[in-house]
Write a protein that binds this ligand. Structure first.
Ligand SMILES: Cc1cc2nc3c(=O)[nH]c(=O)nc-3n(C[C@H](O)[C@H](O)[C@H](O)COP(=O)(O)OP(=O)(O)OC[C@H]3O[C@@H](n4cnc5c(N)ncnc54)[C@H](O)[C@@H]3O)c2cc1C
Length: 256
């Protein structure tokens, strides 16, 4: 439920003789309704804020665990859910990393996740752009392909530029991660923010190039838009990416 305020996780784990007793709920979890196994970040009782966050492996079969499906706009192949933990007993050996070190673990993988999200956005943007080029060459109006109209050509040029700038930032972020470069976190945030905003503009323009056809489910572009829409929200909203990027140069956090 805490969303952007990730360090203040509400789900609690209390230490028991055999491990941890977990109570809480997690909203908007990808594949939550179908997972057999999962990792859950919890606040232990001993410390608060990010120093109290630990990471546990749980199984669907554990007593007290349940999940429900949340209906949504796109990405229909990937169900979204709410997870409920009611006195779920997790054995001690299911602790991943050290107790209280869960937040630094999460930050490391969030960084990789943001790079992956940026590439997902790039892939959808490429597909939307290619669909627009194909349609512009095929659809005839006023006796010629619509790709012959300068206003359509401008949309194609804008889409090309957005795709290529996204690609360059994605490659820079991936390269920085490969090298464990000190600016890799900033570059992942930049690529994630840019590519996930860009894909919406590309999908929107592709729909415009398609005219009425683009709004129908008979062509793929309306799905590209729906599938891309969550990318600027998930894995840290684009507003949070802006704050992280600015913090990396200013040395001042807007989140504390
Ligand atoms: C399709 C989808 C899949 C997801 N999958 C997962 C998953 O598998 N696992 C998981 O843990 N989470 C998952 N999430 C959750 C996702 O990470 C959160 O939705 C996201 O971090 C935003 O949190 P929130 O929804 O609570 O929004 P909020 O935090 O309530 O934010 C609402 C708005 O306020 C803005 N805002 C909040 N705080 C600030 C601030 N300090 N400064 C400026 N603006 C701010 C946000 O940018 C946003 O615009 C998923 C979400 C979606 C939509």
């Amino acid at each position: 439920n805490v969303g952007s305020d990730a360090a203040n996780i509400e789900t609690r784990a209390v230490e028991t003789a055999t491990g941890w007793k977990v109570n809480g709920r997690k909203l908007y979890i990808s594949l939550g309704p179908v997972c057999e196994l999962g990792v859950v970040f919890v606040q232990t009782q001993r410390k608060s804020g990010e120093r109290g966050v630990s990471c546990l492996l749980f199984e669907r079969v554990m007593a007290g665990f349940s999940s429900s499906t949340i209906p949504k706009m796109g990405m229909l192949s990937c169900p979204l859910g709410e997870l409920l933990f009611e006195d779920v007993e997790v054995p001690a050996e299911n602790l991943i990393g050290a107790e209280g070190k869960g937040f630094s673990l999460a930050k490391k993988y969030l960084n990789i996740g943001r790079c992956v999200v940026a590439f997902s956005a790039l892939g959808i943007a490429e597909a939307a752009y290619e669909a627009a080029v194909k349609y512009a060459g095929e659809r005839v109006q006023f006796g010629r392909p619509i790709g012959g109209f300068q206003l359509v050509q401008q949309m194609i040029a804008d889409m090309m530029t957005l795709v290529e700038t996204s690609r360059l930032l994605c490659y820079r972020a991936a390269d920085a991660l490969d090298r464990s470069a000190p600016d890799s976190q900033m570059l992942c945030s930049m690529a994630k923010r840019y590519a996930t905003d860009a894909v919406l503009r590309v999908a929107e323009m592709s729909m415009q190039v398609h005219g009425g056809a683009g709004y129908t489910a008979l062509f793929p572009v309306e799905r590209y838009y729906r599938d891309a829409r969550h990318l600027s929200i998930a894995e840290g909203t684009n507003q949070i990416q802006s704050l992280l990027m600015a913090q990396s140069v200013l040395g001042i956090s807007a989140l504390k």
